[in-house]
Design a protein around this ligand. Structure first.
Ligand code: ADE
Length: 224
């Protein structure tokens, strides 16, 4: 998979890919992540990429031309399956969307800033708009990093068996059951006996039951 991220703040998108699972996925060649500074595609000497709103109103708008130039250059180099715009009024990111995107080959992610992008960018280039929740960030970069993390960890070979994504919360519309590690007794707080029993069938049954109970309590909407 290849992910191209278009941003005015490439420095915000460095560290998420320089540690742990995402770093290893890149090193193993399972994903390529490239950031593109939108200012490099500005058409004037001031590297301007935003301008005042037509019709008046507070806040600047990202101009279509630099975005068009950047996307067009990328599209000349390869085909893209999705061009995603990170925006608080997009579809809320879910495990289902992450699963779907993890099956794609090449995607572009455009990070919004200021008031957002000229509507014509959304109308003519964007194939999908994604929000990471009902709150407003100062830009789309952190949201893009969240999306990339959710997608990349699902790529075959990124997680080992011991961290398999198949047992994550949401993967089967249930929250994950409680988990424990050593010591089995800490200050009298004991791990449930069943987990120490060695009876794998019973343990699996217990986990399914706990996942169900936990979901009913915290997220009954997932069971509807
Ligand atoms: N840009 C600003 N806020 C955002 C959000 N909640 N999700 C995605 N992109 C954003």
């Amino acid at each position: 998979m290849r992910i191209d991220i278009i941003t005015v703040l490439p420095e915000l998108l460095a560290s998420p890919f320089e540690a742990s699972i995402l770093k290893r996925a890149i090193e193993k060649g399972l994903v390529e992540v490239h950031t593109h500074n939108l200012r490099d595609f500005s058409t004037n000497n001031y590297k301007q990429i935003d301008d005042y709103q037509f019709g008046g109103g507070a806040g600047m708008v990202m101009m279509i031309e630099p975005i068009d130039k950047c996307i067009s250059k990328l599209k000349l180099e390869r085909e893209y399956d999705e061009i995603i715009y990170m925006t608080p009024d997009g579809a809320t990111l879910s495990q289902g969307i992450a699963n779907e995107l993890s099956l794609k080959g090449n995607i572009i992610i455009l990070c919004g800033h200021y008031k957002g992008v000229d509507q014509r960018v959304r109308d003519h280039f964007i194939t999908r708009e994604i929000s990471i929740g009902d709150f407003v960030l100062s830009g789309g970069e952190l949201a893009a990093a969240v999306l990339c993390d959710a997608v990349i960890r699902l790529l075959p070979g990124v997680l080992g068996n011991e961290t398999s994504a198949l047992t994550d919360s949401f993967q089967d519309d249930l929250l994950a059951p409680p988990i424990y590690t050593r010591p089995a007794d800490y200050k009298g707080w004991k791990v449930p006996d069943i987990l120490l029993s060695g009876n794998t069938a019973k343990i699996e049954e217990w986990r399914e039951n706990e996942a169900q109970k936990h979901t009913e309590k915290r997220r009954p909407d997932l069971l509807e």
